[in-house]
Design a protein around this ligand. Structure first.
Ligand code: LLP
Length: 440
């Protein structure tokens, strides 16, 4: 998790700054990103995957899956750190470009891209467009011809590997909306279609088997199936597609007890599995890429809240539970209610000698499912005005935040060497009223 220490008086420090100063300067709720931590995770993926694949004489580029957390400055960090970017919408594309990410280092994803998004990607000259359907092959081909350009294309493949994780984030089983099925032959059909289409250059194949994956075997299996598909297409067409993208999904630890996937181990084992598969199917080596999102941004971020109301509720079996209500909730962290995600929480403005008691951190929204941390032990003297920190919220927090209950979405600040910098500013009441069209 984001590197934090405690000052002599027990207050948490992030990036060399006392959390009380962060709260005073930027307000709460506040997403705080440890810049060094996030960037070193990005560099570590680039180094480990680069080296593991270089050992077999090929390359592996790392694309940061920017849906996890994006601002133009984050795009600039990634570029400086030798990492590329994957975007899943026109908005993410604009933010990545604004940060100076070269278009050639951007991959555009999406199962239902609009004509406008495809046109913008072609005009910018993005490095890859991942096609997700035969409809899109036709549409993109026409748009590329119209623009007088050749679009570099990857075909999104559903490999059928079951990698676990919550149903809503698993992506490679058959009965879901993404990709073209390997088993049914649809993937092979799409490769043919792209290969024959005007205005498209078939660069390779892409798969993403899901998120929060702990099993290296799943990545191994999916890489083997992808190389099998590449060989099958080569056998019928004589074309060995040059690139294979294996997607993201590397698990992080949301709580101190949880396990994470170590990128250095994953890199070595996936590269070795790929080498064995290439040896089995024969032919040339492709180049590779991966797309970690959560594993780069998640552990580097913490959310700071201010405690408002503390209540004690009797439990049916006896005892009670301390409900600690904070100034945010499901609008800044919908993951608990959406996926049953688990987090840890700790008192941040001080250390307490009071006994830890069974607690639940809840938000300020008008529904009982508005839970940030379902089960956690917090000091019995947790009180109004305390600061609470929830770790590992760097990914899919701000990027999935909403304005539910006309709540103002929190700012994201980066901390480093004792100073803080706003990456995304807090919504203001003027923003909120500005989105509203008032009656005449
Ligand atoms: N590549 C593609 C094509 C993806 O669809 C995704 C995630 C990634 C890479 C990055 O996956 P990661 O390494 O971050 O697991 N909102 C959910 C996660 C949805 C992920 C969707 N696609 C959550 O909060 O867990």
């Amino acid at each position: 998790p984001a590197t934090h220490e405690r000052a002599d008086d027990g207050a948490m420090r992030l990036g060399g700054i006392d959390v009380r100063d962060l709260a005073r300067e930027h307000g709460t709720p506040l997403y705080v990103v440890d810049e060094d931590d996030m960037r070193s995770r990005a560099r570590s993926f680039a180094r480990h995957f680069g080296e593991a694949f270089a050992a077999h004489g090929t390359t592996c580029d790392v694309y940061y899956a920017s849906k996890a957390l994006l601002s133009s400055r984050i795009s600039a960090w990634m570029h400086e750190d030798g990492v590329r970017i994957d975007v899943a919408s026109g908005g993410e594309l604009e933010l990545a470009l604004r940060g100076g990410m070269p278009a050639a280092h951007i991959t555009l994803h999406g199962n239902n891209k609009s004509d406008a998004e495809l046109r913008r990607a072609l005009a910018a000259g993005v490095g890859h467009i991942v096609v997700d359907s035969l409809t899109e092959v036709e549409v993109l081909s026409a748009l590329a011809v119209e623009a007088g350009v050749v679009a570099p294309v990857l075909v999104r493949v559903t490999t059928g590997v079951h990698a676990g994780g919550h149903e809503y984030i698993a992506t490679s089983h058959e009965d879901q909306k993404f990709g073209l099925s390997l088993a049914s032959g649809a993937a092979l059909g799409a490769l043919r279609a792209v290969h024959e289409a005007q205005g498209l250059e078939l660069r390779g194949i892409h798969t993403h088997i899901g998120s929060q994956i702990l099993s290296i075997d799943a990545f191994r299996e999916s890489a083997e199936r992808m190389l099998g598909l590449r060989a099958a297409f080569a056998a019928e067409s004589g074309v060995e597609v040059p690139e294979v993208d294996l997607g993201g999904g590397y698990a992080i630890a949301y709580t101190p007890e949880a396990e994470a996937l170590d990128p250095s181990v994953a890199a070595r084992e996936i590269a070795d599995a790929v080498a064995a598969a290439v040896a089995t199917v024969g032919g040339s080596w492709p180049t590779f890429s991966i797309e970690p999102g959560r594993a780069i941004a998640g552990p580097a971020g913490i959310t700071l809240y201010t405690v408002g109301v503390v209540k004690h509720v009797a439990l049916e079996g006896g005892g009670d539970r301390q409900y600690v209500a904070v100034d945010g909730g499901m609008s800044d962290n919908p993951r608990t209610i959406m996926y049953g995600a688990e987090y840890a929480a700790e008192l941040a403005d001080r250390e307490s000698e009071a006994p830890p008691v069974l607690s639940r951190v809840v938000g300020k929204h008008c529904e009982s499912g508005d839970i940030v941390v379902r089960d956690v032990h917090l000091p019995a003297d947790t009180a109004r005005g305390d600061l609470l920190a929830v770790a590992a919220t760097g990914a899919y927090g701000r990027s999935m935040a909403s304005n539910y209950n006309a709540i103002l979405r929190p700012a994201v600040v980066a901390v480093r060497d004792g100073s803080s910098q706003v990456l995304i500013r807090r919504d203001t009441m003027e923003d909120l009223l500005g989105w509203d069209v008032a009656p005449d």
